[in-house]
Write a protein of this length. Sequence first.
Length: 75
Amino acid sequence: MNNQFKIGKETLLDPNAIEYQWIRNLASDGNSPQQINTVIQRCLGGTAQTADTLRKVALNKLPVHQLFTRLKEEE
C-alpha cells in the first residue's frame, strides 16, 4: 500500500472535515476497526499505525496531537 499520507495539517485540525465524517460513517455502518483501517490506508495512504490513529482521532478516542506525533515519527 502507499505509505505517503495524503491529508494535510489543516484538514486534520478540522474536526468536521469530510475525511473524519467518512471514517465515522464507516464505523456507524458496522465495519470492524481492521476493515476501516484498511480502507483508510487504501484511500488516504499512510502506515497501518497511522490509519489506526486516524480512525481513533475521528472517533474521538484520541486527541489529534497524537496523530501529528505519529506522523512525525514516520517521517
